[in-house]
Write a protein that binds this ligand. Sequence first.
Ligand SMILES: [Ca+2]
Length: 264
Amino acid sequence: MNKTIVVAAVAVLAVSGFASTVSVSFETSSDVNQFTGGWGSPSWIANPHGSGHVVQSQVNNNAPSYKYSPGGVDYLVGAGTTISVDCDAMLHGHAGLLLQQKSISEQYKAFLQFDIPSNTEYLTVGNFDQWGYTPGGHTGATKIPVGNFYPTPEQVASNYLWFGWYHMAAVVSTVNTNQYKVVVTVTDPSSNSYTATCIDSGTARYTYAAPVGLAAASGYYNLHSFDNFQIVPEPATMCLLALGGLAMVRRRQENQKGASRTSS
Ligand SMILES: [Ca+2]
């Protein structure tokens, strides 16, 4: 086997080993069992605002987070990994991605935040604890408005108002050995997109060896729904490497054919 073929084979193996996408649609109850509660337990239910099934959390004065840990093994974020989910929350609710968690007070999150009295929906991304405070030595969170809503007095009184499915996708990378960059894009039910970026310039203590999953929060009794959790361990460079390797093999094979035609 010549050197070019070896390079291509290694590249293909690398892609097949690292580029498998995780998709969890919660259509069976065992899908929910892949998520373990750091605080509270998620429920498997029929989608209350659509078809199929979803995972739902019930929150009152706390901030549950559910690590994606199939078989008891946490999924660890790698460079360039994209984590995405569809989420819907009720009035006063926060729903989104748990991007990294070492302890309940040291975690990166991306949240959609639906609250009053501002009548504004916010996308919040950054390192904040279960109460929304920034742990010491960290930069904090970026908060951008993603829309306005006007709940009726009855909805406010009952806390009952779903906001529809929002799609959230986050990419986590390192800026240097101890800083994180988190880029989150949210698409609302009307297909408007919003992006927030947070770079933690504090003493980020952790490497990528930390889990991802789902996060929710509310100071009120509240429900949050999640569907279509996905992890794409991207490395696009791996795909390019494989394609490049295959192209080199093809080119070499064509050259060999050309050479054999010339010699015959
Ligand atoms: Ca589903």
